[in-house]
Design a protein around this ligand. Structure first.
Ligand code: AMP
Length: 294
């Protein structure tokens, strides 16, 4: 595995791979790798000859009040996991490498950028799309793999690719969960044992929404109500939003269909968790694996 830090070296490695006729698959991450990230590497590997992973904790997508400085980091452990999972190039640029000066131009996410996660985090998706576009411009991948765990992010990246004519094929991979149903996330390290147990209310509530859908409910409001009811009274958990969105527009929809996405955010103590499920698939179709100790 090659380890790179500069934009220049990353560009050169991509140019070389392209000259050799190799297809480049790209997995952007913020590091503190877990099995969810590694599943994206496998998706990229299955479609491409060379897999590039970036690790970059992007300041632009954190509000001043958020956890940028506390964001978990483990470059040594990440390097080992990336190598074991078959990454060819691990690119870990420093903040100054990506933002020599504060950007004068950023990518505006449009209406979908200001609902759900965007309502709670108004500058978040402009930061995400700006860094994703910058990473794409350096890595020049044929294929980019994102996780459905961050469904709104994946939808906005798809819109950016479409609307800005970016020559990248987007793959959105299923959410990897721990055996108890909790979606893997680097931020789960913030949860102590008691909070982690409380956090299980989130996948259970999504499962309750799916159960309502499976029982024949097609009114989004009622699916949301069933999900909300499952979270009501869950100890230590405060519900932030629950919504059913159309998979193509990512806008809230009145009708629940098999492709609709049931998305929720909760707080456990001071920690925020998000999760979502495709109503027609449910949680159990997602591969269940145990995290690498995370
Ligand atoms: P992050 O490092 O949290 O920014 O995530 C990097 C990529 O991994 C994003 O495309 C995420 O959606 C994806 N990802 C994070 N957690 C999971 C998970 N549990 N299953 C699948 N993909 C995930």
């Amino acid at each position: 595995m090659r380890m790179l830090t500069s934009v220049t070296d990353m560009r050169a490695a991509s140019a070389e791979a392209r000259r050799e006729g190799r297809r480049i698959g790209f997995v952007p991450t913020m590091g503190y790798l877990h099995e969810g990230h590694l599943s994206l590497v496998r998706e990229a590997r299955a479609r491409c000859d060379a897999v590039v992973m970036s690790i970059f904790v992007n300041p632009l997508q954190f509000a001043p009040t958020e956890d940028l400085d506390a964001y978990p980091r483990d470059p040594v452990g990440d390097r080992a996991l990336a190598e074991q999972s078959g990454v060819d190039v691990l690119w870990m640029p420093a903040v100054e490498e990506m933002y020599a000066s504060p950007p004068a131009v950023t990518v505006a996410p449009g209406a979908v950028g200001s609902i759900l996660e965007g309502a709670a985090r108004p500058t978040h998706f402009a930061g995400v799309l700006t860094i994703v576009l910058k990473l794409f411009n350096v890595v020049q991948p044929h294929v980019a793999v994102f996780g459905r765990k961050d469904a709104q992010q994946a939808a906005l990246v798809a819109f950016m690719i479409r609307d800005l004519d970016i020559p990248v094929e987007l793959i959105v991979a299923p959410t990897v969960r721990d055996a108890d149903g909790l979606a893997l996330s680097s931020r789960n390290v913030y949860l102590d044992a008691a909070m982690r147990a409380q956090a299980l209310a989130l996948p259970r509530a999504l499962a309750a929404g799916v159960a309502a859908f499976r029982a024949g409910e097609r009114r989004a409001g009622q699916v949301i109500a069933a999900t909300w009811a499952a979270l009501d009274g869950a100890p230590g958990v405060m519900t932030e939003y629950i919504n059913v969105v159309d998979p193509d527009s990512f806008l809230p929809s009145h009708a629940a269909t098999p492709r609709s996405i049931l998305a929720a955010a909760v707080r456990v103590g001071s920690k925020r968790l998000i999760d979502n499920v495709v109503l027609g698939e449910g949680l159990e179709t997602d591969p269940v694996r145990t995290a690498h100790g995370r």
